[in-house]
Design a protein around this ligand. Structure first.
Ligand SMILES: Cc1ncc(COP(=O)(O)O)c(C=O)c1O
Length: 435
């Protein structure tokens, strides 16, 4: 049924221009730096824009070195490779550095966080999510070390711009001598209080990454960065990202290389965006707060954060529907069905209603342990093994927090160009879903 003709939505007109989940917001300065690159002929993977953004972002995040790369995924790949080489030694060119090794990974994240573990021939073990910030559960992480005490690498993300429980996670990692790759792709500009001191996400791990993908808090259309305090690590990543050339008059190679360096044109766009990071965060925060107030009378909860220990960048505003207000809703692998019930709704229905009026929401990122590609991989919850927990002869089964948030949750239109009037209409549409 076309929800526009559903009597519950009578009187609502579709948005003339689509309201996006999170789209690029240009300010004009970007053009200046792109033009300068072209006029000075630095249309390459070297140039002033690259140098300037590396400097500005290292300074903002509070790390000594930033390496500009073609994508957040490239940064994550080289961070993962670097960690693998540090832990297990240099690999043959046809073999990943994590061959035969397990790596503990965030479960509820975009797959780019942990696909590099597979690029490096390692095996991701997924760690369940906690309910306070929707990030890696330190209790599940501790359980994972009970089962796999030899693991030395943890890859974690800060979902939707909300910092995870880094104090607890770092304590677990330290106790087991493991190192951390921090994926701050979604959380650039978010802060966390570590040991009583505010630290930017992107400076909390041993190897850290951010993204300038078109949907991120600031963008270069694409691009990413590797962040570190170690000059040696920064130099290694820079070398690998430009095909691993040795110091010789000809192309000489002792290590496998990649073409992962950021273009000076992309860097020009990022350079024009950097001054607007704080403004974008303030806009996203206002959107989050408007949803929170506007939806307060409904049986839903906003994506949570720890207000004492973190300042999110509020990249995406999300909700979960309370269990007792969930209308019937089932998902297959690629399709879904929902039913309307008075006083209840479902992510399927709300997303369809939002889409019918020309706005973009999205389901919460489907947890990795539920993805067909990773279904054979281990999954650890706060109670231990997350696979095969139910018993045909015994009632009750353990919690799978990620699956639950995925089932009841959705991301709302969070574009920083959305006007308050447009947001009020979206809030109205959501109310009508519960009629
Ligand atoms: C959590 C997370 N990690 C990594 C990435 C990958 O970044 P990129 O698109 O720049 O490769 C994204 C988004 O794109 C992301 O949301």
């Amino acid at each position: 049924m076309d929800l526009r003709s559903d009597p519950r939505f009578k009187g609502i007109e579709p948005f003339e221009k689509k309201v996006w989940l999170s789209s690029p917001t240009m300010h004009g300065e970007e053009q200046k730096w792109v033009d300068e690159a072209i006029q000075t002929n630095w249309v390459s993977t070297v140039g002033a824009n690259i140098n300037e953004v590396e400097k500005a972002i290292a300074e903002y995040i509070g790390v000594k070195h930033a390496v500009a790369l073609s994508a957040g995924t490239a940064a994550l790949h080289l961070a993962t490779r670097l960690a693998g080489e540090k832990l297990y030694g240099q690999a043959r060119p046809d073999e990943g550095t994590l061959a035969g090794r397990r790596v503990f990974c965030s479960d509820m994240t975009f797959d780019a966080t942990l696909n590099p573990v597979a690029y490096e021939d390692g095996e991701a073990v997924f760690i369940d999510t906690e309910r306070d910030t929707w990030n890696m559960d330190p209790k599940a992480l501790e359980k994972a070390f009970e089962t796999y005490p030899d693991v030395k690498l943890i890859v974690l993300a800060h979902l939707y711009g909300t910092p995870g429980k880094m104090e607890e996670i770092k304590a677990v990692a330290d106790a087991h001598g493991a190192i951390i790759i921090e994926d701050a792709a979604e959380s650039f500009g978010a802060k966390y209080k570590l040991g009583g001191k505010w630290v930017e996400t992107g400076a909390l791990g041993d190897y850290n990454c951010i993204s300038f993908n078109g949907n991120k808090i600031i963008t270069g259309s694409a691009g990413g960065m590797f962040l570190t305090d170690s000059l040696e690590d920064a130099n290694k990543v820079r070398k690998w990202s430009t095909q691993s050339r040795e110091d010789a008059p000809w192309y000489q190679h002792e290590e496998i290389g990649y073409n992962y360096r950021m273009s000076n044109i992309i860097a020009g766009i990022v350079r024009g965006q950097v001054p607007y990071l704080e403004e974008h965060i303030a806009q996203k925060k206002a959107i989050y707060e408007r949803y929170k107030a506007g939806l307060a009378d409904l049986p839903v909860k906003m994506n949570p954060f720890d207000a004492e220990k973190s300042v999110p960048n509020f990249w995406l505003s999300c909700i979960t529907i309370n269990e007792d207000a969930m209308a019937p809703f089932v998902r297959g692998e690629q399709d879904q069905l929902w039913k309307t019930e008075p006083g209840k709704s479902s992510p399927g229905e709300i997303l369809a209603a939002i889409a019918a009026f020309n706005a973009e929401g999205r389901p919460v990122w489907k947890p990795m342990h539920m993805q067909p590609i990773y279904r054979t991989h281990a999954f650890i919850t706060a109670e231990g093994n997350g696979r095969g927990r139910s018993n045909a002869y015994i009632a009750g089964s353990g919690a799978d927090v990620g699956a639950d948030i995925f089932r009841r949750g959705l991301c709302l239109p969070s574009d920083n160009k959305m006007t308050p009037a447009q947001q009020d209409i979206i809030i109205d549409i959501i109310h009508r879903c519960f009629e």
